[in-house]
Design a protein around this ligand. Structure first.
Ligand code: PSU
Ligand code: MN
Length: 306
């Protein structure tokens, strides 16, 4: 079998060998989710927040045909400034590695990388899901399938209202993915704590989430867990403030014929522009909040194994 070209950051390798907690981070949020330099500043702050909780961050990306598990600061910086980087998901990650390419990893691709490296917990902002109008376009993110296949607990602030949230929850249920909201009964909608949708499951401690992860393995179930961590109250933007912005961005995408993997980055950039950075500020706050929870879950898992 072709050996997997894994490239560990020294700090990550040492933590994994010692059974210390590690939290994976995606790189598409850096290349396609936020503008420069906020993307770089956020990536650094997220790594610092994980370290402050006693865990080690491992940002995952494909660089020159190698699957990096943990990036050095200079690598983070070059990725944050790079233009036209490929956005990798399950379908194209292996081909990118095989052909010596470079690409950032989406939630799906980051889960694949985390699994390969033996990392159980991954923190991000929002996952991909079922897009509005999916009954016409069939646009359903591969992130959902990946949650059903790779045993990684993913901490996100729910999903953005650019998606059809009820359909996203339905697909997750069909795929057998546990959706666990942390500290609340309602599934959060990224920028806002409220979605009007009841969360399928609820956890009030990081330990419960860690035990859920381990129990799936004991049952022999593939796949991970989606942990929905509501944005802190002070950082929220009300859904009715964003609804017209999202509607306009979605209409623009349709008018311009934006398709496939370009859809999500197009909508994210339009919304950041239209809110003059307000949505970006909330986005940064919730990612940090998720990083801290991810670190606590990783901590609990590593204690269960010791
Ligand atoms: N949602 C966000 N921010 C993001 C993304 C989604 O709020 O940065 C990124 C993630 O990397 C996610 C990807 O995995 O977009 C989903 O893309 P698609 O819809 O093409 O599967
Ligand atoms: Mn898509």
């Amino acid at each position: 079998m072709t050996p997997l070209p894994l490239e560990y950051a020294a700090e990550v390798r040492a933590a994994l060998d010692a059974g210390r907690p590690v939290v994976a981070l995606e790189s598409t949020i850096i290349t396609h989710g936020m503008p420069y330099p906020a993307n770089l500043e956020t990536a650094r702050e997220v790594e610092a927040a994980i370290r402050a909780e006693g865990a080690v961050p491992a940002t995952i990306a494909v660089m020159a045909g190698r699957l990096h598990i943990g990036l050095e600061d200079a690598e983070l910086e070059s990725l944050a400034q790079a233009k036209d980087v490929a956005k990798l998901s399950r379908a194209d990650m292996a081909f990118c590695l095989a052909t010596g390419g470079t690409g950032s990893t989406t939630v799906a691709a980051t889960m694949i990388g985390a699994r390969a490296a033996g990392i159980a917990v991954f923190a991000t902002g929002g996952i991909g899901g079922v897009h509005k109008g999916a009954e016409e376009t069939f646009d359903v993110s591969a992130d959902l399938q990946e949650l059903a296949q790779s045993p990684v607990t993913v901490v996100a602030a729910g999903a953005k209202a650019i998606l059809d949230l009820p359909k996203t929850l339905e697909v997750l249920e069909t795929l057998g993915v546990p959706v666990i909201t942390y500290g609340a009964a309602e599934f959060p909608a990224f920028w806002s704590r409220a979605s009007g949708l009841a969360s399928p499951l609820r956890a009030d401690t990081a330990a419960q989430i860690a035990r859920g992860h381990a129990m799936r393995a004991s049952l022999g179930l593939p796949g991970g867990q989606l942990v929905a961590n509501p944005i802190p109250e002070g950082d929220e933007i009300a859904a009715d403030v964003l609804a017209p912005v999202i509607a306009e961005a979605t209409a623009e995408a349709e008018a311009q014929g934006i398709k496939g993997k370009k859809v999500t980055p197009f909508l994210l950039a339009r919304i950041t522009e239209a809110t003059e950075g307000r949505s970006l500020k909330s986005n940064i706050a919730l990612v940090l909040n998720n990083a801290r929870l991810g670190a606590r879950i990783a901590q609990e898992l590593s204690q269960m194994h010791s």
